[in-house]
Design a protein. Structure first.
Length: 463
């Protein structure tokens, strides 16, 4: 295996911002009201901070390609490593399509008001999603040296879009005040939809581990990674809270579209202050941000089947690299094909926004499984007297591990509560329980089928 070390500190900071701070999850959260602001604060303290500790500690102890796959494998054994990596990969098969759908919902604003209805046209959204995903695959096959610039442009677009959104919100607040009252930030009598938001918030805060999945492609990771994690984490947390508050001030929670809520807010505020022309440039910057998000998660998660292919737990051809560009091109192509199949499948018989929410909710559950292993690994290492000293003290590891583990379990459980965009509760629960069971069962099947083949191969190679 030969991979190029092309990711420097600023590349990582941009990667963390674009991967963690995903504006596409803010509308679906803000649609549940001001109580979600408190959930952001709780999640930042009990989940996001422990995540940063876990990433730095585990990357220090177990550097290399694979990230969550490698860490769980080293601490808990081969099957747990494979299951962690498998859930990380398959969740992104669900998540990358939501990014494509969100891209379509936002990019139509660049074309002008007469084209905004295209966002609810299923044929158009599937076709546009396919074109964008195909472009991202090609760029990432050419190499991270090229693909990282999509991530970097996405990071710049994210910052410009967030600053524009928050800046307009501040101007509107000081000129016209706000209709948001203190009562809007109370937990509602029926908290069902708010509960779903907690899982989505935890999902929105993942991403600090993404660079470690590409550990063999980071320049001097021992020095580069900790500072990049800190800066990326602080920026992302501040931007999330500011964006949610601004959206609540600008748009009634009952009028927020999960696919267009950010642009709706900017359009509404821009009209009030007389700068309506800003909507199209804002949508363009946000589209760049979304493309960067898709590129970051596509490139990062594709490294999981690549490493699993090298370990022979998945077909060996997934562990191949391009002879010229030295990138895991089979894994990238397989990821894209499955993601687009899921977009097409879920578009049958459901609205675009319900499709978005169903894919997002299942992605939440699968994404958080590797974090169960990450936080449990901190506890195991801290409580093992034979374990070598790491980056942090055992006290910090216990505190971060316990906090993160409990919060992750809660986030997974609450994702099974339907969001308000869901029209059929039985079908939603069937999708959630059935989808979770299917992907975990498939992981066990692949592991034990290819695990049996691995032992004879290794024995033969030693003869």
């Amino acid at each position: 295996m030969h991979l190029k070390r092309v990711l420097g500190r600023w590349d990582l900071i941009a990667l963390f911002v674009v991967a963690v701070f995903n504006l596409n999850v803010v509308p679906s959260i803000a649609a549940n009201g001001g109580a979600t602001v408190w959930l952001w604060l709780v999640s930042l303290l009990l989940f996001f901070w422990p995540q940063g500790i876990a990433v730095i500690e585990l990357a220090h102890r177990y550097p290399g390609e694979g990230g969550v796959y490698l860490w769980a494998k080293e601490v808990f054994g081969d099957f747990h490593g494979f299951l962690s990596g498998w859930c990380y990969w398959t969740n992104n098969m669900m998540y990358v399509p939501t990014v494509m759908l969100y891209f379509v919902g936002v990019s139509v604003f660049v074309l002008g008001p007469s084209h905004q209805s295209l966002a609810e046209n299923k044929v158009f959204t599937v076709a546009a999603s396919f074109i964008l995903l195909a472009l991202l695959v090609v760029l990432n096959i050419v190499g991270l040296g090229v693909g990282k610039w999509i991530n970097n442009l996405g990071g710049i677009g994210t910052m410009i879009a967030a600053i524009t959104l928050v800046g307009l919100g501040v101007i509107v607040y000081f000129r016209f005040g706000t209709t948001v009252a203190a009562a809007d930030f109370r937990i509602p009598a029926n908290p069902r939809f708010v509960l779903n938001s907690f899982g989505v918030i935890c999902f929105g805060l993942v991403g600090l581990e993404l660079a470690s999945v590409m550990g063999d492609e980071i320049q001097d990771p021992e020095r580069t990674l900790p500072g990049a994690v800190a800066w990326g984490g602080v920026l992302s947390g501040l931007l999330y809270i500011a964006a949610t508050l601004t959206l609540l001030i600008a748009v009634s929670k009952n009028d927020i579209s999960v696919l267009q809520g950010i642009v709706q807010a900017v359009s509404h505020m821009a009209d009030r202050v007389g700068v309506g022309w800003i909507v199209a440039p804002f949508a363009l910057m946000l589209s760049l941000s979304i493309a960067g998000i898709g590129s970051a998660w596509l490139a990062g998660s594709a490294r999981i089947p690549f490493v699993a292919g090298l370990d022979s737990y998945l077909p060996a051809w997934l562990g191949k690299v391009h002879p010229r560009y030295l990138t895991p091109y089979p894994a990238l192509i397989v990821h894209a094909v499955i993601s687009m199949s899921l977009v097409a499948l879920n578009s049958i018989g459901a609205g675009v926004q319900e499709t978005f929410q169903k894919l997002l909710s299942l992605a939440v559950v699968l994404q958080l499984v590797p974090f169960l292993y990450m936080f449990a690994a901190l506890l195991k290492l801290a409580l093992d007297p034979a374990a070598e000293k790491g980056h942090y003290s055992n006290r910090v590891l216990i505190l971060a591990g316990a906090s993160g583990l409990v919060t992750t379990i809660l986030g997974i459980a609450l994702a099974f509560f339907p969001a308000q965009q869901i029209t059929s509760l039985p079908l939603y629960e069937l999708w959630m329980f059935g989808g979770t069971a299917f992907f975990i069962s498939l992981a066990a099947f692949f592991f034990y089928v290819y695990g049996r083949r691995k032992a004879p191969r290794e024995a033969a190679s030693r003869i």
